[in-house]
Design a binder for this molecule. Structure first.
Ligand code: DGJ
Length: 713
């Protein structure tokens, strides 16, 4: 069956699909908007893009199908792989044909459902591909076993063609407290893959794999980016074949035997999200944020400023100490008090207790009520830390249920932070956790849950099969069930910082803990890269202690607070140790953040490119472009004195703006405001000038930050 060309458009992007003469769907174009093409023009465009017949190659034009398969002669990595138990079929590599297309319009934009069958191999495949009005390409593949015996799935991949301009690849890596480190290379004829096999995305997860034109940056260049919305094992890759095609690929990473479909059963792959931008990574950011915002579960009316107890008191949970902390927090303007790790039975250190999710009456003889009441009386709401999927061998739960510990059937996995993973698929384990968490939330006045996950899944198996896929689905079910029972509770996804950040977990949670490092120097960089996917209001960022606990580096309050200013702001240090002057300074930043966040929640986050890597430029522009906030920070000693002009991207070119410096003046390292630019009263310029020529800052010291406010006049 063939279908007419399908041309989806949105957010400056076009996606053009055809049915090839052989009757399978193929992408003709994913990239810049082609405009509204009439049938003739469309046919002309398709003819232009038709692959040539090579010498000493296939005799006919070979379009690459949307699921590149062996039968079409594709020499790169295939989209579908699997095998049948008992080898009952002679066809090991599926090549679905007889495709049917159904197009749909929804609030999300246009989409097309393509259903193809390979009768010989016994695979039925449904690929849904959509393009939102903001240019997010989203796809999902469902495989159904229509053969007579079990089908062992090996891979189900989304494969997207990118334009010839794509010559460089950019991905991210990292480690604990140092996530999202960018790495770039030239694309060669090769397969370059970033795989995550940790049972969670991981600190080293790429988050996004982007390819683009030479030296593409945040403000310029063409780029194509892909992300797997999945909290488990997954892979993203770029492959260039000698046939001249460059493709981005993405999908869940399946282990042998992990997904076995009996006749009639289905596998639903994770959603793959992709974005094209003709204006650098800022275009990708805008598209991805539009998606995440549209899929956030019940966005909170107000995102409260947090005081988190972790780096303030660690496991010292004496009520008087915490109440004193809460009282000072409220005075500073903080709105939420989050009790971190240490409140449950046996949890006096990270050696013991995980799994025993009952309040420790040795520490809390009257339960959590005295603290929660004090927090409420101080005008704040209350949040709590949990790590449901984990268990310490030293816990009543592990002693009662050693059979619930996730392992592979050999010895138990090596301990990691003294803990093991709980097998959520073990009979009774899921129900136990649900009941503990439900009771905690039902019996205490809790508005926010920080949901942690502090180790990888090592050699996970359940019922003799690899267990990551099932574990991730059970984690989602647990979140879903709790959200349904406690719809008002906000949830944060944390995994020793940023090891579980993806667009699927963010359809069930409201915020991510981007890193255990709250060293601002780390934060300026890693927040920029986490922002490729995560909108600023969902990215938690805290002001830590003067000496960062994870790096030992010192910084001023101004430098720390400016790093958190544009994101979901919080404080995580012992504020009772601050002098009156320091407390006053922090309160000034908190007050400033309350102004900034009015722009943040629907605003557009932009990053500025600058020739000097010592400068970090991040902006938030209101939806109507009438107002913007920029944080400009020096990460190192700038090369030039004064630094070369800083462009303020994202403003409306023809509007006039007043720029003023809103850095709380007394917080500057030199202790006065004389070096601030612009001076009191501000300066007026057009958006074109500010985003084009840029502004000439005065500050040149390393580890300084300034806040510029831009408003239309
Ligand atoms: C790791 C988290 O990322 C920290 O913020 C803190 O919650 C600790 N776990 C508590 O154990």
């Amino acid at each position: 069956m063939s279908f007419d060309p399908i041309h989806l458009r949105g957010g400056g992007t076009s996606l053009l699909l055809i049915s090839t003469p052989e009757g399978f769907p193929a992408y003709v174009h994913w990239g810049a908007d082609l405009g509204a093409l009439e049938a003739d023009a469309l046919a002309g465009y398709i003819a232009l893009r038709e692959p040539a017949v090579p010498t000493y190659g296939y005799d006919k034009t070979q379009w690459v199908p949307i699921l590149p398969d062996a039968l079409s002669g594709y020499s790169g990595r295939l989209a579908l792989e699997g095998e049948r138990a008992g080898n009952s079929h002679a066809v090991p590599r599926p090549a679905p044909r007889q495709w049917r297309a159904t197009t749909r319009e929804s609030a999300e934009g246009s989409s097309v459902e393509l259903l193809g069958v390979d009768d010989v191999a016994g695979w039925q495949v449904t690929v849904t591909i959509g393009l939102t009005e903001h240019g997010v390409l989203h796809t999902r593949t469902v495989v159904r076993n229509v053969g007579p015996d079990a089908l062992h799935l090996a891979a189900v991949r989304t494969v997207l063609p990118v334009g010839t301009a794509a010559v460089e690849a950019l991905d991210l890596t990292g480690r604990w407290a140092h996530e999202r480190v960018p790495q770039r290379h030239r694309i060669n004829q090769a397969l370059y893959e970033r795989a995550s096999r940790r049972g969670r995305p991981g600190h080293d997860s790429s988050l996004m794999l982007t390819v683009g034109s030479a030296s593409f940056g945040f403000e310029s260049g063409e780029c194509w980016a892909v992300h797997v919305a999945w909290s488990g094992n997954h892979s993203t890759y770029v492959e260039q074949t000698p046939g001249g095609e460059t493709h981005l690929g993405a999908g869940e990473l399946l282990e042998p035997g992990e997904v076995v479909l009996e006749p009639g059963q289905e596998y639903t792959g994770p959603r793959v999200l992709a974005a094209y931008s003709g204006q650098g990574l800022n275009g990708v950011i805008a598209a991805m944020h539009s998606w995440l915002r549209a899929h956030e579960p019940t966005p909170p009316a107000a995102r409260r400023i947090v005081l988190n107890t972790w780096e303030a008191t660690y496991f010292d949970q004496r009520t008087e100490r915490l109440v004193a902390l809460a009282q000072r927090a409220a005075k500073l303007g903080i709105e939420r008090f989050v009790l971190d790790d240490g409140w449950f039975r046996g949890r006096r250190s990270d050696n013991a207790g995980l799994g025993d999710w009952q309040i420790d009456t040795d520490v809390w003889p009257d339960g959590l009520s005295p603290l929660i009441t004090a927090v409420r009386e101080a005008g704040m709401d209350f949040g709590i830390w949990v790590e449901p999927e984990m268990v310490n061998p030293d816990s009543d739960l592990a002693r009662r249920h050693p059979d619930w510990i996730l392992g592979g059937g050999h010895d138990l996995p090596p301990l990691w932070r003294h803990q093991q993973v709980l097998n959520l698929q073990a009979p009774g384990a899921f129900e136990y956790l649900l009941e503990c968490l439900d009771t905690l939330l039902a019996e205490n006045d809790i508005s926010f849950v920080k949901w942690d996950h502090n180790r990888d899944l090592t050699d996970p198996a359940h019922a003799g099969k690899p267990a990551t896929h099932g574990q991730v689905l059970a984690f989602y079910r647990l979140l879903d069930e709790l959200r349904q029972r406690h719809p008002g509770v906000e949830i944060e996804s944390c995994a020793s910082g940023g090891a579980r950040i993806d667009a699927e977990v963010l359809t069930r949670t409201n915020r991510v803990w981007a890193s255990d490092s709250i060293d601002p120097l780390e934060r300026y960089r890693l927040q920029t890269w986490t922002s490729l996917v995560v909108p600023p209001e969902m990215l938690g960022s805290h002001v830590g202690s003067a000496i960062a606990h994870t790096s030992g580096r010192s910084s001023t309050i101004a430098y720390r607070a400016a790093a958190a200013l544009l994101f979901h702001f919080g404080v995580e240090c012992d504020i009772n140790k601050l002098s009156e002057a320091e407390a006053e300074e922090l309160a000034a930043w908190i007050a400033l953040h309350k102004q900034v966040r009015k722009t943040r929640d629907r605003g557009r986050l932009v990053v500025g490119d600058h020739p000097d890597p010592a400068l970090s430029i991040t902006g938030l522009i209101s939806e109507d472009q009438s107002e913007a906030w920029y944080v400009i920070a020096t990460l190192d000693t700038p090369h030039a004195q004064p630094p070369r002009p800083v462009r303020l991207p994202g403003l409306a070119p023809d509007r006039s703006y007043r720029v003023s410096n809103r850095t709380p003046a007394h917080t500057q390292p030199r202790g006065d405001a004389t070096h601030l630019w612009p001076p009191a009263g501000g300066l007026v310029a057009t958006g074109r000038a500010l985003s084009g020529a840029g502004v000439q800052l005065r500050a040149t010291m390393p580890q300084c930050a300034e806040v510029l406010h831009v408003e239309t006049i």
